[in-house]
Structure formats: C-alpha cells, structure tokens
Design a protein around this ligand. Sequence first.
Ligand code: FAD
Length: 469
Amino acid sequence: MWIDANVTPKTLLEERRQTPVIGEYEVVVLGGGPAGIAAAIAAGRAGRSTVLIERYGFLGGAGTAAGLSTFCGLHAHVAGEHRQVVHGICDDILARIERMGGLNAPHLSVQNRIMAQAYDISAYKIAADELILAAKVKLLFHAFAVAAIMRSKKETEAIVVETKSGRGAILGRTFIDCSGDGDLAAWAGAPYELGDGKGNFLYPSTMYRISGVDPQKAGRAWELIPKLMEEAEKKGRRFPRKKPIVRPQKHPTEWRANLTQIRNPDGTAVSGIDAEQLAYGEVEGRRQCWDSFEFIKSVTPGFEHAYIVEIAPQLGIRETRRVRGEYMVSEEDILGCADFPDAIGVQGWPVEAHVSGDVNFVFARKERGFNQLPYRMIVPLVVDNLLVAGRCASMTHEGQSSARVSGPCFVMGQAAGTAADLAIKAGVAPRAVEVKSLQRRLEADGVFLGTDGSSPEVPARRGSRSEVV
Ligand SMILES: Cc1cc2nc3c(=O)[nH]c(=O)nc-3n(C[C@H](O)[C@H](O)[C@H](O)COP(=O)(O)OP(=O)(O)OC[C@H]3O[C@@H](n4cnc5c(N)ncnc54)[C@H](O)[C@@H]3O)c2cc1C
C-alpha cells in the first residue's frame, strides 16, 4: 500500500523525540542546483556563516543529477545579435569549468534562434565544489531535508534533515529554498501553486548520454535524427514526444539525448512530489532511453558503435510547486520583455512548454529579446525569513516554462544570497530589503540588470569581481 492523496491513510503515532541541533548559521540554503549554488556563494562571500544542504553527494541539481550537460538561458537574442546576458557568479562557474577544459563555445539551439552552452558534467560538479568552499560555505551532502520547525506562523526556526548520522536540526536566521520543489516553503506554510491548475505539470524527461559516436561520420546528425524519427513515425513507430534533441557535447564522441517524456498510465505528467509516481517514472524513463537509443543506433550513420555511457541518475523534473511570491512572472512578461523597478537580473530563454507528446517554443516578441526578473518573485508570501529561488520561485505555469532554466536560476540565486546578507545587516525581513542597495550590490558583483534597457557591453564573459581564485 502507498499513500493515496484521495484516501485517509492508516496512521501510526511516532514517539516524541529530542532532535539534536547539528548546526546554526546566518543563512541556510536548501538545494545545490544553480539557484542554490549561486545563493550560497553570494551569502558566503558576503561573510555570512552559510550552510548548503543537498540530498546528493554533489552539486549542480538537475544540471548534473538529471544529466542536462547544457546551460540554457545565459544568452539572449538581442536586436539580431546573440549576447550573454546572465553574468555575476555564473561567470565564475563558467570560468572554472572552462579552465578544466569542460566548456564548449555557445552553440545555436532551438530552431537556431537562441544560444545554449554545453559543459562536462564532472567538471561542473568540481567547479561548483571549489567555488562553494572558496566562499567558506559549509557543505552538508547526503542530507535530506524533511521538515521545518517554526518559531511562529511567519518565521522558520530550523530545518530538519535526515542523514547517515541520524536526524538533526539546523538553525538559521534567513532560509533560502532552492529545492526546485519548494519543499521548505511548503512545510513553512507559504502558499504555492501546482502545474497548470488542471492537474498537469510540465512533462518530465529522463536524459541520457551516448558515447562512441564517430563525429566525422555523424556530421550534423542532430538535424538528421529528428527527420529519421519523423519518417519512422509515419510508418507506425512510436516515440514519446516530438522535437527530440540529440547533440554532441564537450567531447565530440559524446552526445546527449533529450527526447523522452514520462507519463503516468493515465497520460498525466509524472509528479516530482509523488513518491510512487517517481518510482514508476524512473523505470519508465530508462525503458524509453533504451528504446530510443536502439532506434538511433540502428539508423544513424556514425552511431554504429555507439553505446549509452550514462542514463541520468535522476528523472528530470521540470515543474512541481511554484511558491507564490509578491509578484508572479507571467508568460506575457517573458514574451513582452517586461521591465521591473526591482530588477535583479535578466533572462532571454523562450517559453518552452513540455506538453503531452510535444514541446512548444514561443519567443519574445520584442527586439531586445530579454526580460528583467523582479526581486518580488523570490520573496514568498506569509513567511518572513524565507526566500525562494530557482524553478520553484513565483512564476505562473507559463512563465515558469521559460524562466526555470539554469541562467535565470543563477540570477535568482545570487540575488537571494545577497538579499539575505542585506536583510541580516539591516535587521529586517527580506521583503523589507532596500531594493536600490540590493541592485547596487548585484551590479558591483558583475550582474547585468538590464536597467538601462540596453544589452551588456561585453558580450563574452566578464567575471564577477569577488571571485576568490
Ligand atoms: C529533462 C530536463 C532537461 C532540461 N534541460 C535543460 C537544459 O538543457 N539547460 C538548462 O539550463 N536547463 C534545463 N532544464 C531546466 C533545469 O531543471 C533548471 O535549469 C534548473 O536545474 C533548476 O534549478 P534549481 O536550482 O531551481 O533546481 P534543481 O536544479 O532542481 O536543484 C534542486 C536541488 O535541491 C536538491 N533537493 C531537493 N529537495 C531536497 C531536499 N528535500 N533535501 C535536500 N536536497 C534537496 C536536489 O537534489 C537538487 O540538487 C531541464 C530540466 C529537465 C527536467
């Protein structure tokens, strides 16, 4: 038997217990994806005692655990020119990965209309470790957060984690939820929305990487493979979704495949916050990986000796809870290249809606090609000493279909870590942080705010000023 949301479950009473306090920090960050990495580095560099709690033994979030191996959302198509628009801590991460020989030059992606940048997953993990440690952040790996202890309805006192050394509580002054799923915000009582409001999330995918490709023979097979799949479909072969993405990565013999779509037997998207669906989804994801790989190998020149080098350790979840904040970024904000007085950075990724059997892309209507992201999107309602950054921040279902990718997650994370510092310094709740001070600090730390409506002067990397190399 498993937990069924529609049935009152049989319950057992656990014994009351004293939970040891295993740490006390000024800033507690939950989740080590792009948002959490940037948040922890920003808070640590500001001199705040900071802990980063992560359930796995490595950083990167979906970027490593779900096998993405490509940064999206760092660039925008600005008045006919492709420019990197996400800067700051993100630049330090790119520079470290590049120094390890793990970064490709940006490539044209999505209908050749926007840039993305491939990276080596192992190099990203190590680069993130190094930057986090250089910022003097305490790393707590293999710690699964399971609950919040509240001081009052509006204030979190501690986060409870389960580890191999047992259960423990971590006290904090300001908490930053970068769990992707809004776990902490939900436990703390912040309101949130789920999916499209009709019971469906963006569909998840299991990613895999193919190695042993002959790059000369394969050529531009990323253009051929979708055509071969389309032709096969006309003859009755079935694939989980249209618009497959199979591309070479940092090493030309290695390609990544993003083409699965994981549905429940009733056709709805597998939920990333439902244990039983997750278990089903992992198995179904691997089945789809093998099925699509066998097809690609059998029909694609250059793939004759190819093999799956890795199926991502975790099913890739695109959307679960979106925590309601003081402002919700909408599809119109993305497509209309919105400006906000409380901008914390920008992003230019199109709306990328993973719907049943397909992926729908919609690009910004305006020449500028990017929208600002407001501070209010990371300030949740109700809970005062909490910020929420990353894919679970305050966005509508459609807005999140764009601003959930790595670039905007770095932006939100850096702003959250910096705002946590300013809030503690001023002795106020994050929602009362003086926005101008936050913006000045972010700009001083290399972030492009897009406040003058222009594109950044330096198209390539410029590096944040505070990296400790
Ligand atoms: C299949 C797929 C393909 C994608 N492709 C791309 C792409 O090519 N490029 C791109 O830029 N973006 C891509 N994305 C989007 C990508 O997910 C986001 O960009 C990004 O990873 C979200 O960042 P985040 O920091 O908000 O959360 P995540 O990356 O999800 O990180 C959250 C972290 O929190 C940890 N965590 C969660 N709950 C707990 C808990 N209770 N206790 C302890 N730790 C916890 C997780 O282990 C994880 O490390 C893709 C997403 C999917 C699913």
